[in-house]
Design a binder for this molecule. Structure first.
Ligand code: PLP
Length: 400
């Protein structure tokens, strides 16, 4: 039973738990980089389900892989193995440059679950102390929340699992002071996504690797938002030259089919044993087949190169006198505005048929599908000055 946006908004308010506030739009269908709302209006999707829809919407390769796998074998539980699951584990290890026997993968259904698995793994070191970064976001389940810095997310749910120290993001001296011989792990996003696309300063990951190695602590990189090609390389940490102990993945991994993964390298891969952790759905054959199709399409269609090229175009094109900084790599783009008008900008963009994200009061995030073309990026850049104009005018109208 379809309906207009207004009817569906009403049904949503009546039936859905109010954890997200009123939805911005009611979306009905998508194709490539565009989505349509329930009233038939078209939008250029520069958010991609928050850095998820790597191949855009309704990509034939993803539709085919999911359909064929569902027709063959849809779900079996982790009492049993399936070929797509094993093939995906092998593929992830190879993308991380690790021979199969030198790393192990645990599949989950989301980012927070991948991190939850990693949190449990760190406890098996026999140590409990964890170090996380100011500005971090690792998810909403209790363990991931304990590693997430934002007070507004944490405080209603305290006490959270304990023994976590926060240090300023990208500050190696503060990190060195916080890590001791009782530290189990240091968790870092190579690019902080929810904070507004903030890449770790040059050399920070290498320093974090040295500091953790000196104390026998694990280095855990959360690539849930920044990984799987989003920054124009498979992993955002790639060019740092570090070998982490743990990498967590989700979001773009299966292009919109829910899946998460925790990859543990070397000895860390043996810390969790039978009975230590589990999941009913994690890594089911449909999710695994979807992820394999996404990875194969990224490879076949040169989407890492596309992300680099179109990302540069976007970063150059959003420059404006009201934009004080543009950050990011590939198709993970953050920009700062000189006033707290990010939500007005997102609203104005929507009126111009563009979806983008206000992730803080003055920060905008773009995380479009990796298939975004230069023409589509230009289509956005053409209306960008008008979006800014309207947003600033609207905001000053409200103040006066
Ligand atoms: C870096 C990072 N880690 C973890 C998560 C949590 O992922 P999920 O929302 O799938 O639980 C997110 C989600 O935004 C994220 O950006």
């Amino acid at each position: 039973m379809a309906g207009t946006s207004q009817q569906l908004q009403r049904r949503y308010a009546d039936s859905m738990m109010n954890t997200f506030g009123p939805p911005k739009l009611v979306l009905a269908r998508g194709e490539g980089c565009y989505v349509w709302d329930a009233d038939g209006n078209r939008y250029l999707d520069l958010l991609a389900g928050i850095a998820v829809n790597a191949l855009g919407h309704a990509h034939p390769a993803l539709v085919r892989a999911v359909t064929e796998q569902l027709q063959t074998l849809g779900h079996v539980s982790n009492f049993f193995a399936t070929e797509p699951q094993v093939a995906l584990a092998e593929k992830l290890l190879s993308l991380l440059g690790v021979p199969a026997a030198d790393g192990k993968v645990f599949f989950a259904n989301s980012g927070t679950e991948a991190n939850e698995a990693a949190f449990k793994l760190t406890r098996r070191t026999g140590r409990t102390h964890l170090v996380a970064m100011d500005g971090s976001f690792h998810g909403r389940s209790m363990g991931s929340l304990a590693l997430t810095s934002k007070a507004a997310y944490r405080e209603p749910f305290e006490p959270l699992p304990g023994d976590v120290t926060f240090v300023p993001y990208g500050d190696p001296d503060a990190l060195a002071a916080a890590v001791t011989d009782r530290t189990a792990a240091v968790v870092v996003e190579p690019v902080q996504g929810e904070a507004g696309v903030v890449p770790a300063p040059e050399g920070f990951l290498a320093r974090a690797r040295d500091i953790t190695a000196r104390h026998g602590a694990l280095l855990w990189l959360d690539e849930i938002q920044s990984g799987m090609g989003r920054t124009g390389s498979w992993m955002a940490f790639e060019d740092s030259g570090v070998r982490p102990d743990i990498v967590t993945l989700a979001k773009g991994l299966a292009g919109g089919i829910p899946v998460g993964a925790m990859v543990a390298l070397g000895d860390a891969g043996t810390l969790l044993g039978p009975g230590n952790h589990g999941t009913t759905f994690g890594g089911n054959p449909v999710a695994a087949a979807a992820a394999l199709a996404v990875i194969a399409t990224i490879e076949a269609d040169g989407l890492l190169e596309n992300a680099t090229k179109v990302g540069e175009l976007l970063r150059d094109g959003v420059a404006d006198s009201r934009v004080t900084e543009v950050r990011g790599r590939g198709l993970l783009v953050g920009l700062d505005l000189d006033a707290d008008v990010a939500s007005e900008v997102a609203d104005a963009a929507m009126r111009h048929g563009v979806i983008l994200n206000a992730c803080t009061p003055n920060r905008i995030r773009l995380a479009p599908p990796l298939v975004l073309t230069t023409d589509q990026a230009s289509e956005f850049l053409e209306v960008w000055p008008r979006i800014l104009e309207e947003a600033y005018q609207g905001a000053s109208g409200r103040q006066s």
